[in-house]
Design a protein around this ligand. Sequence first.
Ligand code: GDP
Ligand code: MG
Length: 437
Amino acid sequence: SLSEKLESAFKQLKGEGRISEINVATTIKEIRRALIDADVNYKIAKEFTDKVKDKALGEKVLTSISPGQLMVKIVKDELTDLMGGTEADFDISQRPTIVLIAGLQGSGKTTFSGKLANFLKTKKGKKPLLVAADIYRPAAINQLQVLGEQVKVPVYAEVENKNAVEIARNAVEHAKKEGHNVIIIDTAGRLAIDEEMMQEVANVKNAVNPHEVLFVVDSMTGQDAVNTAKSFNDRLDFTGVVLTKLDGDTRGGAALTIKYTVNKPIKFVSMGEKLDTLDTFYPERMAQRILGMGDITTLVERAQAQFDEAQAKKIEKKIRANKFDFEDFKEQLQQIKKMGNIKDLLGMIPGVGKAIKDIDISDDAFKGIEAMINSMTPFERSNPDAIDTNRRKRIAKGSGKDIAEVNAFMKQFDQMRQMMGQMNKLKGMGMPGMGMP
Ligand code: GDP
Ligand code: MG
């Protein structure tokens, strides 16, 4: 990754000197390369690295930090600043707050609308209304309705009406009557910039005076995203940007380029098709991602949210007392399955996505084992040693497995318990269990 390269480029320099012209010249090239790889526009990458160069030159290398690390820090701080420094405000204090969603077809507007409704409802305690103002494709209305059902947010639609402005106006009236405090208007997009589309969205904007106009852009479109952003901004003067599909391999350079070009804050990032994968945009995290340092912070936050600490403690206690049984094992499996989402998250670290893509931690992977445990009586689950041949035969029948599979599983479980017992004996080392950090 870039950060590793920077550190190795500076390896020769010892802790006390200053960063010199020679050192900087080579690393500046590396930085520029990395930015371009991450889809940052060439001109911007150049301007940026020139700035970093000025900053870095003559910077005194502290004894506690290596020149490479210092360089990484300078680059990261500059990137963070460029993308707005801190997270942008998303103002939902108006009653009702009107949010207009715009962008090209396929950029992820409708999906984002659903995610935003979910986010505002579950995280901000709001009562949103979704509005289907994409009048050209009947499927579009249906898509929003399905999303609305999933997040349990009502959808306002007028299937026969072909006038987006009217629909938006009516929706606002409807929302006021029904006491909705946020209105999210999903609009139609075209595959490319199109005058008619722009005019329509602009008309909707003028008609309902939204507090937020969010421009949704697919982060995988790279350089094209910039031109699109510019055209939309010229017409709509949007208040913020939503970057979608950041769950892919893209490094997110589009974030930097868009911010640089239209000077509008990025407000949200969308990282998957699941409806709870919407995050506020944090410039520092994106800077780390662009630098190939991975978005560790988001990752840890998500992992923590999914990991049930109380349960882990309970199981750890049982392991220590040599009382780990099938019931505990089943609970552990459940924890691991929840980590299916974590696999998506790990994919956000450049390079890791490819490495783990074949690892299966889906529900299916544990189906057989779960079936066997489910076929055990509560007595058997908490007394693994009491499971004799007759009981095994019954478990095999109940779970649709053959006796050999049950025997193999019993043996594995036994070995696992023996291993746990040995680990218990290693005093002071603690039991790592199966948990996440
Ligand atoms: P719209 O035409 O702008 O309304 O775009 P849609 O919301 O219909 O999304 C287009 C496609 O992109 C759909 O297949 C979505 O499931 C998918 N999509 C949307 N957001 C994301 C995302 O953050 N990550 C991924 N992987 N797919 C997404
Ligand atoms: Mg749509």
